[in-house]
Design a protein around this ligand. Structure first.
Ligand SMILES: Nc1ncnc2c1ncn2[C@@H]1O[C@@H]2COP(=O)(O)O[C@H]3[C@@H](O)[C@H](n4cnc5c(N)ncnc54)O[C@@H]3COP(=O)(O)O[C@H]2[C@H]1O
Ligand SMILES: Nc1ncnc2c1ncn2[C@@H]1O[C@@H]2COP(=O)(O)O[C@H]3[C@@H](O)[C@H](n4cnc5c(N)ncnc54)O[C@@H]3COP(=O)(O)O[C@H]2[C@H]1O
Lengths: 141, 141
């Protein structure tokens, strides 16, 4: 039994494809983005531009922190805030050609990773849930 | 090399102890809870009563969904909503005496698990991050 074989497994088959990933557009307002986050139920989603390229990550936490005033959360500021002003431009990502080894290293500190095609377009995401399922399968085999 | 040895490992040493876990009290308002969530930076935390017993889980998502009106998010309702009205009373939990096997099964579908002492009080939490670190260590050993 080769304990380390799982590490060289390509991630391509495990990626949740772009069409199944909820995202927001970088041109939207924070108010619109907060509605998308609330309706899809995800706490954090990728931010893409009109050419489907990855621009950053946006979470409900980032929006709420941005409008946290001294005494209360200032929701009236949401309509004028833009996604690009609030989002985190530092995104942990994988290339579609990366192996499980790289994905395992990064998910220690990130709930999900964005996956990028060779041409730089957004390919999908790799989640902790998918990685944990593979690791469980590997242990029980 | 015993691939399955990790499964019988007791979870006790891996638990993040109660004193390090951000939580909200079941008697608080949703407005107070949202401030706690925003300031601590966690998307979801345990809800405890005055006797430190686990009552449920509360997330920013649950609060925002509760006040999502037809046209906008109705933040004026937050002050009158109570934590107990919004929280999820169904909590995935582990006993302090459980093994890694049980923790691995549950984290497939939960970002973290609450851990309970033999007397029913809250002992702490088990996170996906801690489990992933153990699995990575196991694969590389
Ligand atoms: N609609 C749903 N149905 C069933 N289970 C659900 C669910 N929404 C959330 N969960 C569970 O809660 C975990 C944390 O979700 P969260 O939205 O905070 O954090 C998510 C979210 O930020 C992002 N994510 C996952 N799937 C996504 C998707 N289809 N589109 C956009 N973002 C996604 O990746 C993070 C980690 O996802 P992961 O699956 O490992 O872990 C998920 C999953 O186990
Ligand atoms: N202040 C911080 N410093 C460094 N990294 C941070 C961080 N806050 C969040 N993260 C990273 O983001 C992941 C998701 O955090 P989230 O708050 O959505 O979801 C968290 C949160 O709901 C809960 N949690 C974790 N630690 C907690 C604590 N000390 N008190 C209360 N809840 C906690 O367990 C979930 C999973 O935690 P996990 O560590 O696996 O995964 C964390 C961790 O990898």
């Amino acid at each position: 039994l080769n304990n380390k074989a799982i590490l060289d497994m390509p991630i391509a088959d495990l990626v949740i494809p772009a069409e199944k990933v909820a995202h927001v557009q970088s041109g939207n307002s924070a108010e619109h983005a907060l509605l998308v986050l609330t309706k899809t139920g995800y706490s954090s989603v990728p931010v893409l531009d009109v050419k489907y390229r990855l621009q950053g990550l946006l979470s409900t936490k980032m929006i709420t922190e941005e409008i946290l005033g001294l005494e209360r959360i200032e929701y009236d500021r949401l309509a004028t805030l833009k996604v690009e002003d609030v989002m985190d431009q530092e995104v942990a990502y994988l290339k579609i050609t990366d192996t499980f080894r790289r994905a395992l290293d990064l998910v220690i500190n990130h709930a999900f990773l964005c996956v990028i095609e060779e041409d730089g377009t957004f390919a999908g995401i790799m989640t902790r849930r998918v990685i944990l399922k593979q690791l469980k399968k590997h242990i029980y085999s």
